[in-house]
Ligand binder design. Sequence first.
Ligand code: KG4
Ligand code: ZN
Length: 341
Amino acid sequence: MSKKNIILGIESSCDDTSAAIISNGFILSNIVANQKVHEKYGGVVPELASRAHQQNIIPVVDTAIKEAGITKEELSAICFTQGPGLLGSLLVGSSFAKSFALGIDIPLIAVNHMQGHIMAHFIKEEGTDNRQPKFPFLCLTVSGGHTQIVLVKSVENMTVIGETLDDAAGEAFDKSAKILGLPYPGGPLIDKHGKLGDKHKFIFGKHKVGELNFSYSGIKTSILRVIEKGVEENPNFIEENRDDLCASIQHTIVDILIKKIMKASKELGINEIAIAGGVSANSYLRSRLLELKEKYHKEVYIPKFEYCTDNAAMIAISGYYKFLEGEFVGQSVTPKSRFKL
Ligand code: KG4
Ligand code: ZN
């Protein structure tokens, strides 16, 4: 493969420092450094995240360039996550990207993190069928900070048609896990224990939000109540029921997502359905989505695991499309902790 249009992507919006290289839309490398430092605090500590990004950014970028088998002189452009995210974390990635682009005199591209999650579906890999959603499609974007249904008409035309009014689905996973005494981030652990449990054992509050919107704070309170009551009656309640609790919590959170995406599909008459964001790594959500394909003949698109949680490949592919359009930014660009699609 001839290496042309070589884009370096940098992601540092939360607690993962990542750098990736994409050439003509094909992935050459995607390096992610996770920050273990937050585990013992039960959530991301912004100050510690910024510091860890500062330590990781150079080795991560260096490894991405080496693993791609290129030199920095071959880069066509550098793109970075402009937001949304933690400001201190975003500042590290954006300052690095700006200096690097200036130093080697190539264009700079700013990317919206949520657009990046959706664009993960367009990353191409050598030797695979590279199946991609067809426009217009619906994307259920579910992460630690967001829960949205996005109508994607083109790479440049994305509209949020439904979203959470309070907590995000990932937050519901993580906060429930915390109640169960599981470490942060709890989503993957609920997934792991949930595989072994009975999803109908416990029933939590009903989801009452209309239209295509979501609400998870009531569900979280209901989970807390059930667990508090259980522990009151039996101090070993959590240990004895961990798998069933995880399966029931997971079923409750995912069922809401599936019902809403089906509602959107019916209302808009769109049968192309994609999922994106950290929670799309959830095995139960993935299996429920495949059911939509079998039972209702929807075309479903599920990203590879490594492109679900935060990664720079999704930023690099977004940057690649902006590069083709000449959508560059100047050196005065600043990160935005709140940044709508
Ligand atoms: O997209 P992401 O990596 O970061 C944000 O932009 O927020 O998403 C992180 C979220 C966390 O809440 C994490 O618990 C959740 O994704 N997550 C999962 C799974 N893997 C990651 N939730 C449920 N099941 C999983 N397997
Ligand atoms: Zn994310």
